[in-house]
Design a protein around this ligand. Structure first.
Ligand code: ASP
Length: 324
């Protein structure tokens, strides 16, 4: 009885401290972990949103790039971080494919995270180095089939969106390519620009300006309809790969146990950022747009992660792609 009373007092003191902390939140710089290298598409989305959220919260949000193993190294770091609101996480669709792709993960993608909200859905593009010898998708297909031992495909590791898109592409065209893994498609793009790798499938947030600048070739977009940001670029579905559709959604998370008040504060700041005209314009220039307001909420992302894990599991198992 005495123990119970002491515990109650101690627990209440702890709860009170947590609440006070949550009420004053944020009082210092917040770190946003991005599980890919700097300069890539996830990093670009994170920096745009973090800047605007930081303005709202009146505290800086700094980006820490923790790349490697398709985003799972960064995710593992966040799962073990203090749940105090000063470590948050921006990841993409890979958060829902990793549980099926990796035989062993040191974290649980659903249970070890609080969800803050969805951020954006980004189309992908099939691109190649500037001097790749194919002028359209039909020629690319013929070239790849004839030179499958020579052609290299760049991606950001098993579980990354570029890997997923490449896996679907190789299955669709029935060709196995030599793949080259990077810590993110920022560095992969540098090698594509330098001609060290041949092709890649990546988000428009990384490829649009290089395509428009004539620095790389583009063969198609992975959406159902062509994109306003890339006029004249056909869909892969209309180029001979019916039903080929991939969109990369981004979500924001915090470690499990982060107080609800803190999550709500972050979610409100995220929803504000997605209405910020500067963010909206940059997103539009990069071929994407913010998600609708009701999706940028904790419960919407929680439900989305679950449904995506359920959706990708059978597809990945069928493709037989696993890592330990
Ligand atoms: N676009 C990358 C991917 O393939 C990741 C990145 O660098 O943002 O998942």
């Amino acid at each position: 009885m005495k123990f119970k009373t002491m515990c109650t007092v101690a627990c209440m003191a702890m709860f009170g401290a947590g609440l006070a902390q949550a009420q004053g939140y944020p009082t210092k710089t917040i770190t946003m972990i991005v599980p890919f290298a700097a300069g890539g598409p996830t990093d670009t989305v994170a920096r745009l949103v973090a800047q605007s959220m930081g303005n709202t919260l009146k505290q800086q949000i700094i980006i820490e790039n923790v790349g490697g193993a398709g985003g799972t190294i960064g995710a593992a770091r966040v799962a073990k971080a203090a749940p105090d609101g000063y470590t948050i996480f921006l990841h993409h669709i890979g958060h829902s494919t990793a549980p099926s792709l990796y035989r062993k993960l040191s974290y649980n993608a659903q249970n070890d995270f609080e969800t803050i909200g969805l951020v954006t859905d980004v189309p992908m593009t099939l691109v190649a180095r500037k001097d790749f010898p194919a002028k359209d998708f039909k020629e690319l297909l013929a070239y790849v089939k004839a030179n499958k031992d020579k052609v290299t495909y760049a991606h950001a590791g098993l579980g990354s969106a570029s890997h997923l898109c490449g896996m679907l592409l190789q299955t669709a065209i029935g060709v196995d390519l030599t793949t080259v893994a990077y810590k993110g498609t920022g560095p992969a793009m540098n090698d594509l620009l330098g001609g060290q790798v041949d092709i890649m499938c990546d988000q428009t947030t990384n490829t649009t300006s290089q395509i428009k600048g004539g620095k790389i070739k583009v063969y198609g977009v992975t959406t159902k309809a062509p994109l306003a940001a890339l006029p004249g670029v056909p869909t892969l579905a209309s180029s001979g790969l019916p039903n080929f559709e991939v969109a990369v959604w981004h979500g924001m998370y915090a470690p499990k146990g982060t107080p609800k008040q803190v999550i709500d504060t972050l979610s409100n700041a995220l929803r504000g950022a997605l209405k910020d005209p500067t963010v909206k314009q940059r997103f539009a220039d990069l071929g994407t747009e913010p998600v609708a307001d009701e999706r940028a909420r904790p419960e919407a992302l929680r439900a989305h992660v679950k449904s995506e894990i359920d959706r990708w599991g059978p597809i990945i198992h069928k493709a037989g792609a696993y890592a330990d």
